[in-house]
Ligand binder design. Sequence first.
Ligand code: CMP
Length: 140
Amino acid sequence: MAIERTLSIIKPDATRRNLTGKINAKFEDAGLRIVAQKRIQLTIDQAGMFYDVHRARPFFGELTEFMASGPVVVQVLEGEGAVLKNREVMGATNPADAAPGTIRAEFAESVGENSVHGSDAPETAAQEIAYFFSGLELVG
Ligand code: CMP
């Protein structure tokens, strides 16, 4: 399988509970390499631009307010089949459905406050990485 990059976000519910290191250990234990990472505070508008595809959903306001409610850690993960591998490590969106041992099964509080975001396909990953990082910030 090809080496890929994917965009990951450690969400405010997780940074608030000081879980960045534990979540990063899950990525690294799965063979994913953190090739870029920064802790930032999003505005509601910046969160809305990132989640633009969900703008018509009933939970959009809740989602953007939550993502702007505290610091997030945005990161680029690299590895073989990184997009799919990251989704496996994260577990299902709703922690009630997440497999044991996944990040969301262990740490997520609800479907909205679910600790991590990961790109859903290589094309989206490229767009999402470009939203947060310049080429100079990606150091493999
Ligand atoms: P994420 O992978 O970041 O992509 C979109 C996010 O919307 C998703 O994780 C959830 O956190 C959030 N989301 C999805 N469904 C709901 C819902 N029913 N209520 C609140 N938030 C939701």
